[in-house]
Design a protein around this ligand. Structure first.
Ligand code: GLY
Ligand code: MN
Ligand code: MN
Length: 462
C-alpha cells in the first residue's frame, strides 16, 4: 500500500473530472471454487485498489462529488470472524490508512444509492466483470442484469483511464519489482528446461517463484512447445530435443502490479539454423520497436513498423514476397504475426481492459481496424510520458491458418506457400518486454533478461 496521500490525491483528481453525482467503486468479493468456503485466492479489483487501497473482500468505495464526502462501505469483523480469521485492525482503522474517515455497514449502501437515484442524482459506476457485482448493481440500481454493463458511466470510465494510464514514480518502482521477479522466473525456466521434462514441471517452478515473492502469477502462464497457439495454457507436453519453448508469464507483486515478459528458447543447448533465422527477425523487430518509443508517436505506427520489419525478414527467407508496404496494407503478414504489438500494463496485465479495450487503447483518436491481425492491436493511441506498455512481436506458423489461407489462395501474391509448408511444424517465437515512456524516450523496466541468441544459448548451456 502507498502512503495515504497517494489515495487522497487520486480520489481528488478523479472527482475533479466529473461534474456531479456519486462515484461508486466496487471492491471484489470472495469467489468460490467448489463451495462457498473454499475460495480462489482473493484478488481485489484493480480500480478499487487504485483509489481506495484496501485489499480485502466485501468493500465498496463511494465518493459524493456534490457533498464532497468519501466513505468506505464494509462490515466490521464479528467475534466469529476473529475466531476463524484471527484479530485484524478494524475497518475504520484501515480506512484511515487510505485517508478515509467514514466507514458504513455494507448493507446500508443499497438504501443510500436508491435514495440518490430517487432524487435523480447520477450514480457513476464502472462496467462490472464479475457476476456477483453485476447482480448487486442490477438490484441496487434497478437495472435489468443483461444491460448493467451498458449502463456504466462513460465519464467515469474516461476519467479513470486518464489517471491510471499515467504511472507515477512510486508505481514504476513497483513495476520494476514485478519485472525483476518475472526475470527470476524466466531464468529458472531457461536453466531448468531439459529434454524429458514436462511443461507442467517448468510451469510449477515458475509459479513457485512468483508465490515465494509473496505475489502470484499476473495471468495464467503460457509455457509451451506449441508457441504457435497464442494463449496456450496446456502444460501436458514433454520437452524434446529440437523443439522451442515459448514462455509468456509474469509475476504480480504483493501490491498487485504486473510483469508480462516472453522469451523463447531451444530445448537443445542451442538454436538450429532455421530457428536462429526466425528468432533474429523477431529480436531485431522487438529491439527496433523499443528504440522507436517516445512520447508523441501513435503506437499503431510502431505496430505497423513491426509488421514491415517482419515482412522484410520473411521476404529475405523467401517465405513472403512482393512489395512490403502493399503486403502490410493488405494484412498478408498477419498469417505469421496475427496479434497486436502490445498493450498497456499496470495492475491489470492488460491494463484496464475491463473498461473497454477501445476506450483504453484508441480513445477518441482513431477507429479500430477490422482487418485480421490489426484488429487485435489493443493499444494504438499516441504515447504519453508515464505510459507503461508491452512490446511483443512474434512470428508463428499456425498449420490450421496456413491450410485455410492456402486453400483460399489468400494473399498469394505476397506469400510463398510452397516455402511456408516447409515451416508447418516450426511452432512460434515471441519476445516481450515491458517499457515505460519517459519525457525524452523510453526505459525498459527491470534488469535485462537474456534475449540475444548468444545470451539465451549461454543460459541454456549453464
Ligand atoms: N500474456 C498475454 C499477453 O502477452 O498479452
Ligand atoms: Mn505476455
Ligand atoms: Mn503482453
Amino acid at each position: 500500500m502507498f502512503d495515504k496521500n497517494t489515495y487522497i490525491e487520486r480520489r481528488h483528481r478523479l472527482q475533479g473530472q466529473l461534474d456531479t453525482g456519486i462515484i461508486l467503486l466496487m471492491g471484489n468479493q470472495e469467489s468460490p471454487m467448489n463451495y462457498a468456503d473454499n475460495t480462489y485466492r482473493f484478488r481485489q479489483d484493480s480500480h478499487f485498489l487504485y483509489f481506495f487501497g484496501l485489499d480485502s473482500p466485501g468493500l465498496a468505495g463511494l465518493i459524493d462529488i456534490d457533498e464532497q464526502k468519501t466513505a468506505i462501505y464494509g462490515n466490521e469483523l464479528t467475534i466469529d470472524d476473529v475466531v476463524w480469521m484471527g484479530p485484524q485492525p478494524t475497518l475504520a482503522e484501515r480506512a484511515r490508512r487510505v485517508g478515509v474517515n467514514e466507514t458504513t455497514p455494507y448493507g446500508s449502501l443499497e438504501g443510500h444509492l436508491k435514495d440518490a437515484l430517487n432524487k435523480g442524482r447520477p450514480v457513476h459506476f464502472l462496467p462490472p466483470y464479475r457476476a456477483d457485482n453485476q447482480i448487486l448493481l442490477s438490484q441496487w440500481m434497478d437495472i435489468p442484469i443483461n444491460i448493467v454493463k451498458s449502463r456504466a458511466s462513460e465519464a467515469l470510465i474516461k476519467a479513470v483511464i486518464s489517471l491510471v494510464s499515467i504511472k507515477s514514480p512510486e508505481e514504476v518502482a513497483e513495476m520494476e519489482k514485478a519485472v525483476n521477479i518475472t526475470r527470476a522466473m524466466h531464468l529458472a525456466a531457461m536453466r531448468r528446461a531439459r529434454p524429458g521434462i514436462l511443461e507442467a514441471e517448468l510451469a510449477g517452478i515458475v509459479e513457485g517463484i512468483a508465490l515465494a515473492a509473496d505475489g502470484q502469477l499476473s495471468y495464467p502462464a503460457i509455457l509451451t512447445v506449441n508457441g504457435q497457439t497464442l494463449h496456450n495454457h496446456y502444460h501436458g507436453n514433454t520437452l524434446k530435443e529440437g523443439q522451442l519453448v515459448l514462455g509468456d508469464f509474469g509475476a504480480e507483486t504483493p501490491t498487485h502490479y504486473a510483469g508480462d515478459i516472453t522469451r523463447t528458447f531451444p530445448v537443445s543447448k542451442s538454436f538450429n539454423t532455421r530457428q536462429k533465422e526466425i528468432y533474429k527477425i523477431v529480436l531485431d523487430t522487438e529491439v527496433a520497436c523499443i528504440e522507436a518509443l517516445k512520447p508523441g508517436i501513435p503506437y499503431r505506427d510502431v505496430h505497423l513498423y513491426a509488421a514491415r520489419m517482419i515482412t522484410e525478414g520473411l521476404k529475405a527467407l523467401g517465405i513472403m514476397k512482393g512489395d512490403t508496404e502493399e503486403a502490410v496494407q493488405a494484412g498478408a503478414h498477419a498469417l505469421f504475426f496475427p496479434h497486436g504489438l502490445g498493450h498497456m500494463i499496470g495492475m491489470d496485465v492488460h491494463d484496464m481492459e475491463g473498461l473497454g479495450e477501445d476506450h483504453v487503447g484508441y480513445g477518441d483518436e482513431m477507429e479500430r481496424s477490422s482487418q485480421f491481425g490489426l484488429k487485435s492491436l489493443r493499444l494504438a493511441r499516441t504515447l504519453m510520458p508515464g505510459f507503461v506498455l508491452t512490446v511483443e512481436p512474434g512470428i508463428y506458423f499456425i498449420p490450421e491458418l496456413i491450410g485455410q489461407w492456402q486453400e483460399e489462395r489468400k494473399h498469394w501474391e505476397f506469400i510463398n506457400y510452397e516455402k511456408v509448408q516447409q515451416y508447418r511444424n516450426f511452432s512460434g517465437i515471441r519476445i516481450e518486454d515491458n517499457v515505460l515512456i519517459t519525457e525524452s524516450g523510453h526505459q525498459i523496466l527491470g534488469q535485462p533478461i537474456p534475449k540475444t541468441i548468444q545470451e539465451v544459448e549461454a543460459e541454456r548451456q549453464g
